[in-house]
Design a protein around this ligand. Structure first.
Ligand code: FAD
Length: 288
């Protein structure tokens, strides 16, 4: 079922991102964690896709398992930067055969030392066009960046390219994680002003340990508000306290988003069912 239609039927809803195993020996534990998250009944789930190919073979498999056996509508991430056109066609055929109708179409990060050739994909828009040409019935989502994509020369240019990507056939957008809601609200004004009208699902990352925070911020280019810095300073060295504070901070962000007219949030679960459950428990009255 198409995610764009499913979320319309709910007043407020939460979806979760999970990542597939990196190696065969973690396959069982990752599948178990993803299933535990699915059992919480999110509105949909998404499974990431390794840009360098590493974990990509498991993406379709996990998406299929959770949809067929746990009854959760699934979205598969798909990146193109290191793929050939033939490989993308193969992945699209695989997703279709597994009954996955929703794709998050991404460029992927450019691996260090990777030589981009003329025949390579250069931007996600090319993948969106190929997906729509393969089957216009796929529900296609894309990524956007409230703190601006790290490679973009300016936010204005980033939004200009986002508009082109959306116009190529996107049904909705999911944001990179952000920790400062007013930054997101200001970004939304700019998107609407630029004529981007599709629904935008805010991406929320519950930060439950200080080490994870540093790694995440480095990769995403996301800025950290002073309020969160103080939490990190006070509780970063105490794991249980940091977990509780991180969950409370993410919950607070979600409640504020719901109260400001955003109906669906996408939570980066980091494959942690305990955190996913705590967030849903905190929102139980809102999600009724
Ligand atoms: P694009 O939309 O192609 O944009 C990339 C950059 O190019 C931007 O700076 C943009 O402004 C610029 N640009 C776009 N079009 C043009 C143009 N025509 N001319 C010049 N510049 C242009 N990575 C993974 O490897 N696997 C995942 O599963 C994954 N999941 C993600 C999920 C979400 C919700 C998000 C936000 C990111 C995810 N990523 C994932 C990371 C993502 O692949 C990187 O952020 C990547 O660097 C950009 O991907 P994109 O699809 O946004 O690229």
């Amino acid at each position: 079922m198409k995610i764009s239609s499913i979320v319309e039927q709910k007043k407020y809803s939460v979806s979760f991102e999970v990542f597939p195993p990196k190696t065969e020996d973690t396959r069982e534990s990752v599948t178990k964690a993803a299933r535990e998250i699915a059992a919480l009944g999110p509105v949909f789930m998404s499974v990431t896709y390794g840009a360098g190919g590493g974990t990509s073979e498991y993406t379709a498999e996990i998406a299929h398992d959770l949809q067929a056996n746990m009854g959760v509508p699934m979205m598969a991430h798909l990146t193109c930067i290191t793929s050939t056109r033939d490989r993308i066609q193969e992945q699209l055929r695989l997703l279709k055969s597994k009954g996955v109708e929703n794709i998050l179409a991404l460029r992927g990060d450019i691996p260090e030392g990777f030589e981009l050739k003329e025949q390579n994909y250069h931007h996600a828009i090319e993948l969106v066009r190929d997906i729509k040409a393969f089957d216009p019935d796929f529900c296609v989502a894309g990524a956007c960046y409230p703190d601006t994509h790290p490679e973009a020369p300016s936010q204005k240019e980033d939004i200009l390219h986002l508009k082109e990507k959306v116009d190529a056939g996107m049904d909705f957008l999911i944001t990179q994680m952000f920790f400062d809601n007013p930054v997101f609200y200001s970004y939304m004004y700019k998107l609407r002003e630029a004529g981007i009208k599709v629904p935008v699902h805010p991406g929320i990352m519950p930060i439950v340990n200080a080490k994870q925070m540093k790694r995440t911020l480095k990769l995403s280019g996301t800025t950290l508000p002073e309020r969160f810095r103080r939490i990190l300073d006070a509780f970063g060295e105490t794991p249980d306290a940091m977990r509780q504070a991180g969950i409370a901070y993410a919950t607070d962000q979600i409640i504020d988003l719901f109260a400001n007219g955003f109906h669906t949030v996408h939570v980066y679960s980091m494959n942690n069912p305990v955190v996913a459950k705590a967030i849903l428990d905190n929102l139980s009255e809102l999600l009724k």
